[in-house]
Design a protein around this ligand. Structure first.
Ligand SMILES: Cc1cc2nc3c(=O)[nH]c(=O)nc-3n(C[C@H](O)[C@H](O)[C@H](O)COP(=O)(O)OP(=O)(O)OC[C@H]3O[C@@H](n4cnc5c(N)ncnc54)[C@H](O)[C@@H]3O)c2cc1C
Length: 451
């Protein structure tokens, strides 16, 4: 070790929701850790985002570990209804409540709460540039400081909470784990741009969140409008990158839509960023390594919801890390339980999202109106999906009503089947690394299926 090098039990890379939740929970368990983030302290929490955070996730987090739900200034608006407009002139209401939050305020509160835990050290303006590996184990990270100096931070476990870049994961050699990709391919990435806008008078979307499709968007793109106050909105666009849409510029597309729908609005903030658009990583652990939040690809590929999963995965990671620290075993096998938990929790939602993306890629928009106008997909069906978490639905029966477009309906039926299969496989995640190869073969086979 060099003079400047540091040693700890757990190194957490990234102080977004995943890293902050993990740090708080390790603090509660009296496990020493260092939390590093490349941002200056005052910017921790800020992130270009739709700002929607479901109270179901934060309530669950509170029940699990006592982290208080967003409150006061942290909440921009309580959203009472969610609307989905897949085609012009047709709208579904989704039984879903949410909140838009001020990410900086909420993130700063979580950060400040770490003062209660003397064993947690925060190092802001510290950029991780590489992963340190010894004897086929992850043992730390190389970190660049503000003045350009580099130090090594060694740990028994390194938690990658760095978001989409997955800075720790991407520097892990295949010899340690070939169970997850180092870098995600473009086709598993959602490109997105959002603006916070002020309207000159009360806008028409009070207490609402909306997701809409418009011709300006390349398929399978979406446009969101989330209310943040009487005259404030968060608007944005996003799409899973594919061969046909990779040259579209998200900022320009959003500008076109803003000019069309909110020509008099003032832009207060505008920024783009990436989301993952895939199933969770097949494995999120290796010897000395665990991934949480976006670094583990836990974003719901269709709703773009990743904040809640990031907070909750931080809690679940703390549970397994506690076990490894108490038993002094930091290997893949001991950490494996976390994989099973994550897949049981998020496999189905992600599967449904993947099915919808495949459908949007395979079917022209004009055909979608047909599905809704003929009542093949109705408000009741959406309620059934959201409430019962089941996709079998009356849709399967109704598909036969649409015999005039048999190919379209077969594709819908295939999409439903695909999500069902992913759900089944997610629930059968292997209990230890031995069953992994066989399980991956199954899930890859389903994922490759074209609609
Ligand atoms: C445009 C957009 C809109 C979105 N809308 C929503 C929404 O409405 N609702 C929702 O639930 N989710 C939404 N998401 C997703 C949500 O923002 C993420 O899922 C969530 O922030 C993931 O949290 P995280 O902690 O895993 O990662 P992040 O929030 O990305 O945090 C990662 C942290 O790691 C730090 N970091 C990165 N690299 C390094 C490095 N090399 N060294 C040190 N530190 C590093 C970063 O500075 C950052 O603080 C949206 C995302 C985008 C891009």
């Amino acid at each position: 070790m060099l003079d400047l090098d540091i040693k700890t039990d757990v190194l957490i890379v990234g102080a977004g929701p995943a890293g902050l939740s993990l740090a708080i929970n390790l603090g509660k368990k009296h496990i020493p850790c260092i939390l590093v983030d490349q941002k200056p302290r005052s910017k921790i929490g800020y992130k270009p985002c739709g700002d929607a955070l479901s109270p179901n996730s934060t309530r669950r987090l509170f029940e699990l570990c006592g982290i208080l739900q967003p409150k006061g200034e942290e909440i921009s608006e309580d959203l009472a209804s969610a609307h989905f407009r897949p085609v012009l002139g047709f709208e579904l209401e989704i039984p879903f409540v949410s909140q838009t939050i001020d990410r900086l305020e909420y993130g700063q509160r979580l950060l400040k709460s770490l003062v209660d835990f003397p064993l947690i050290e925060i190092k802001h303006s510290h950029k991780v540039v590489d992963t340190i590996v010894k004897k086929n184990k992850v043992v730390g990270c190389k970190v660049r400081l503000e003045d350009g100096k580099k130090i090594n931070i060694y740990a028994k476990i390194v938690a990658d909470c760095s978001g989409v870049p997955g800075i720790v994961r991407r520097n892990i050699p295949e010899t340690i784990s070939s169970k997850f990709p180092k870098k995600l391919p473009n086709t598993e990435i959602i490109i997105s741009y959002r603006e916070i806008i002020e309207t000159p008078k009360l806008h028409d979307y009070q207490y609402q969140m909306r997701i809409e499709y418009h011709e300006e968007l390349p398929p399978p793109g979406y446009f969101w409008i989330f209310s943040k106050g009487e005259t404030t909105l968060n608007i944005g666009v996003g799409w899973l990158i594919n061969e046909k849409n990779k040259h579209y510029n998200a900022k320009n597309v959003l500008q076109q839509l803003r000019n069309k729908f909110f020509p008099d609005a003032k832009v207060v903030d505008g920024a783009g960023d990436l989301l993952t658009g895939r199933l969770p990583l097949y494995s999120l652990v290796a010897d000395g390594f665990i991934a949480c939040g976006d670094a583990g690809a836990l974003v719901n590929p269709i709703s773009g919801e990743g904040h809640g999963p990031a907070l909750l995965s931080g809690f679940y990671a703390s549970e397994i890390i506690e076990k490894t620290v108490r038993n002094q075993k930091y290997d893949e096998e001991t950490l494996w339980e976390y994989n099973k938990k994550i897949w049981n929790l998020y496999g189905y939602d992600a599967g449904l999202g993947i099915a919808v993306h495949k459908l949007l890629n395979a079917v022209p928009f004009s055909d979608f109106s047909y599905l809704f106008e003929r009542g093949i997909i109705s408000q009741e069906d959406v309620d059934a999906i959201m409430i019962s978490y089941a996709v079998k639905l009356p849709i399967a029966k109704k598909i036969y009503q649409g015999i005039r477009k048999p190919r379209l309906l077969i594709k819908v039926a295939k999409g439903i089947l695909l999500a069902e299969k992913i759900k089944k496989i997610s629930n059968n995640y292997p209990s230890n690394p031995d069953g992994f190869d066989k399980w991956v073969k199954k899930i890859k086979k389903i994922e490759k299926k074209k609609l």
